[in-house]
Design a protein around this ligand. Structure first.
Ligand SMILES: Nc1ncnc2c1ncn2[C@@H]1O[C@H](COP(=O)(O)OP(=O)(O)OP(=O)(O)O)[C@@H](O)[C@H]1O
Length: 262
């Protein structure tokens, strides 16, 4: 498949205190999905935000390099980051409100967002928006394009937000708990939509989740984090059937529904 992203020896701390993540190494291939699991505070969000240069101002990258598509992006300036984010790498958060404007109709903001990144006419951008919404299994596209965000359910908003991210056809999507605020049916729809889009666009995905069951369903490989370090990273079937580390075993036992996979 070929390598898309390589993280080398990444260490981050907040407020000059102890390291929040330490010496993390990871390689992600084109079209690959890695699920990052671990309990609260283990450093998952810090890790993925460091990759896309979206850490909070009190964070410091102590050491490490991030190589994306052969470029050392840890050396990028703000303008290079702006070009990369939204075009080549996009991030999906738990709360779609973070990137949907509540007072602009979906259609208009979707078209503007596409035209900010692509040299397309309004008509072509609207067509692209519709096609992407269809891929997210969102039924009545006319209604959605004409709706204000508050007129849609949380799950629909999240799918619209994901569609907006995907319309850029990024090489990498970083999804931080993209479904944890949603009911189970909507979670499954979104997960299936993300997986289908990986197949359409060959997008690689880094999925942060508390839910190891979700990672087991969606990811090719699972990376387990604890206390800012990588405990174990392996093909999902190997990790689930034959976890090497005691911490991973404990995590798996907390998800009895995985027994069928083991
Ligand atoms: N903005 C911040 N300022 C100070 N410390 C922070 C900040 N964000 C995270 N931390 C600390 O860094 C460590 C890792 O937190 P992080 O949010 O990356 O973990 P996580 O695995 O994503 O947790 P969760 O699953 O709860 O989101 C924790 O000790 C946390 O308290």
């Amino acid at each position: 498949m070929g390598r898309l992203l390589e993280v080398r020896d990444l260490t981050v701390k907040y407020n000059g205190e102890e390291n929040a993540i330490e010496n993390i190494n990871m390689v992600l291939d084109h079209k690959e999905i890695i699920g990052i699991v671990g309990e609260s505070g283990s450093g998952k969000t810090t890790f993925v935000r460091a990759i896309i240069n979206l850490l909070s101002p009190n964070a410091e990258i102590v050491s490490g390099e991030i190589i994306f598509n052969g470029q050392n992006i840890s050396k990028y300036n703000q303008e290079q980051w702006r070009n990369l984010r939204g075009n080549e790498i996009t991030m999906i958060f738990q709360n779609p409100g973070a990137y949907i404007n509540p007072i602009i109709k979906i259609g208009r903001q979707f078209v503007e967002s596409i035209r900010n990144h692509r040299n397309l006419s309004k008509v072509d951008a609207a067509q692209k928006a519709r096609e992407t919404l269809e891929k997210m299994s969102l039924g009545d596209i006319d209604r959605i394009m004409n709706a204000y965000p508050f007129q849609l359910s949380g799950g629909m908003q999240q799918r619209v937000a994901i569609a907006m991210a995907l319309a850029m056809e990024p090489k990498l999507i970083i999804a931080d708990e993209p479904t944890s605020a949603l009911d189970v049916v909507t979670q499954v729809q979104i997960i299936n939509a993300l997986m289908a889009l990986r197949n359409h666009f060959h997008t690689s995905i880094l999925l942060v989740t508390h839910n190891i069951g979700c990672a087991a369903y969606m990811a090719d490989r699972i990376m387990v984090m604890n206390k800012g370090q990588v405990v174990e990273c392996n093909d999902k079937s190997k990790l689930i059937t034959n976890p090497q580390m005691e911490y991973t075993q404990k995590l798996l036992h907390a998800f009895p529904e995985l027994k069928g996979l083991r």
